[in-house]
Design a protein around this ligand. Sequence first.
Ligand code: ZN
Length: 114
Amino acid sequence: MKYTPGPWNKTEDKLTQQYYIARPYGKSVLHIANVTKEDIGYGISEEEYHANASLIAAAPELLEACKEALEALHNLMPDERMKKANCWNPSEYEKCSCTSCKLKRVIAKAEGRV
Ligand SMILES: [Zn+2]
């Protein structure tokens, strides 16, 4: 699954009370997402509204950093059994909570594979 390459930026529109998440594109932008204030006071705080926009805007860089971290962890694994499973606990692979497995799951989620 291919996504719009980064960088993604956030810009808050005070008039419409939402953030626009977009990528610069020439003299314009490519719109990625909107983050609205609609649910503030109904389960989302003002702080969460700002944080959600920041998190979405960072998504492409987070995904790339996760892939690099997974590769770095793989290179640190001391034996072939671990490298083959790309897991620090290969015997626990299915339900593993090691950092490599967390990274694999979140990368798969971000790439629409789960
Ligand atoms: Zn693992």
